[in-house]
Write a protein that binds this ligand. Structure first.
Ligand code: UD1
Ligand code: MG
Length: 454
């Protein structure tokens, strides 16, 4: 039988220890808000509705999450995790199941949540883990047969209970009927005067419900963020995992601790990534791609056997096979470099196509331009695409040769196999096979006498 699935995300915490004007769940890990990590993971499950319990900074959180389809419930006072779920009951169906998650526990995986849901056969399942240092966390109490009987919070735990090393992650899958039944009955008669969500375990056990427990694959999946140190350490755990998966897939990192992947990276075989490379958004690398130190690559595709020299910024670009880029190149959005092309030192390309085998090797700006195949663009060439109001197009056809230090004033077309003399300012179209010169004629005065000091 398939149940409808709701997700309840607790996100009312202020995050005082972050010392930030931003609500905690908007702090970023791998370039993305903590809450977005949780929501994106849930997006891969078949979720009927997602309820976010917010408190501090609600408007800011809602605005940042406006791309998601969410039901919002405000918890005006933070009276505990049980209270937080209780305020969500008004939006929760009477039947079906709910995953209870936290906006500041960003890395729980889809696989773990699916397993947790499958484990809920009798009404409730939970994620637990045996750890070296359980201090501060809720402890799992089991009976002589190993069945879960209760969760005891650190502050309520006896000395014996404090020795328990199996901890509560705080993540559960519970039948909605049980939440509707138990939450109104919670009391705050405990060491913290909070309404503990964990008390529903005792209530379920009293009703004869067997509580299933599973462990996450990775410990970091259940780690929360309360301060900047925990955020940095979770970031490293996540980066390690991404790098590990890519190594398994055949990527070589010069130093696995000196690369950051802020998004998704897929790579072919025998890719090499040197130190201090940052990938952002969705990036795809082909086979045999070689990336030297200090590159920032965002939302880009790089084809087989490309060679990216140091210190380039490659942003929303599409690069074919066998292309050389850099050092110090800037590929801005909508740059397309066809196979075997070259973009070299201090070259900026924007919204342009560089055709197969064409070269823009030194000190150029190419914007709003279509370059054909086997074109050579000389050093210092500028496409003048902007008149202060409008952008215009430059077209450079196949086999053209643009002499160094030329300005091509758009809109303008340089014909097939045309030549532009070095230092030209080209304001009119150049026909195929023609030579265009647009510069002052050289004058020579023989036996010139330099001025002397008076
Ligand atoms: C809770 C569990 C504990 C578990 C631990 C795991 C309870 C009573 N205890 O501890 O067994 O080991 O999580 O981290 O549930 N929140 C709200 N509103 C509130 C209170 C909390 O939205 O009124 C949110 C917080 O923003 C946070 C999450 O719930 O995201 C957990 O709260 P936190 O105070 O960190 O957990 P504990 O209650 O200490
Ligand atoms: Mg608390």
């Amino acid at each position: 039988m398939t149940y409808s699935l709701s997700v309840i995300i607790l996100a009312a915490g202020k995050g005082t220890r972050m010392q930030s004007a931003k609500p905690k769940v908007l702090q970023t890990l791998a370039g993305k808000p903590l809450l977005s990590h949780v929501l994106d993971t849930c997006h891969h499950l078949t979720v009927d509705e997602t309820i976010v319990v917010y408190g501090f900074g609600g408007e800011q959180v809602q605005e940042a999450m406006s791309a998601y389809n969410l039901a919002w419930v405000e918890q005006t006072e933070q009276l505990g995790t049980g209270h937080a779920v209780k305020v969500a009951l008004e939006k929760l169906p009477q039947t079906g199941q709910s995953l209870i998650l936290y906006g500041d526990v960003p890395l729980v995986s889809r696989q773990t949540l699916s397993a947790l849901q499958s484990a809920n056969t009798d009404g409730m399942s939970m994620l637990t883990l045996t750890v070296d240092n359980p201090f501060g966390l809720g402890r799992i109490k089991r009976d002589a047969n190993g069945n879960i009987e209760a969760i005891v919070e650190q502050k309520d735990a006896s000395d014996a209970e404090q020795q328990i090393t199996e901890i509560n992650s705080g993540i559960y899958c519970v039948d909605n009927a049980l939440l509707h039944k138990y939450l109104p009955k919670l009391s705050n008669d405990n060491a913290q005067n909070e309404y503990y969500l964990t008390d529903i375990v005792k209530m379920a056990v009293a009703d004869g419900i067997a509580i299933a427990a599973i462990e996450p694959e990775h410990a970091f999946e259940i780690e929360g963020v309360n301060n900047r140190q925990q955020l940095a350490s979770l970031e490293r755990s996540w980066q390690n995992k991404l790098v590990h998966d890519l190594q398994v897939a055949g990527v070589q990192f010069a130093d696995p601790t000196r690369v950051d992947i802020r998004g998704s990276l897929s790579a072919g075989q025998d890719v090499f990534v040197d130190v201090n490379v940052v990938f952002e958004g969705d990036c795809v690398l082909g086979d045999n791609v070689y990336i030297e130190a200090g590159n920032v690559i965002k939302n880009s595709q790089i084809g087989n056997a490309c060679y990216i020299k140091p210190n380039c910024v490659i942003d929303h670009a599409k690069i074919g096979a066998g292309v050389d880029v850099g050092p110090f190149a800037h590929l801005r959005p909508e740059s397309v470099l066809a196979d075997q092309s070259k973009v070299g030192n201090f070259v900026e390309i924007k919204k342009s196509v560089v055709g197969q085998g064409s070269k823009v090797n030194h000190l150029s700006y190419i914007g709003d331009t279509t370059i054909g195949t086997d074109v050579n663009v000389g050093a210092g060439t500028i496409t003048c695409n902007y008149d202060g109001v409008n952008k215009s197009q430059t077209i450079i056809e196949d086999n053209a040769f643009i002499g160094s230090n030329s300005s091509l004033v758009a809109p303008v077309t340089i014909g097939d196999t045309a030549t532009v003399a070095a230092g030209s300012v080209i304001t009119k179209d150049v026909d195929a096979n023609a030579l265009a010169l647009g510069r002052g004629r050289q004058v020579q005065k023989d036996n010139f006498q330099r001025p002397t000091k008076k």
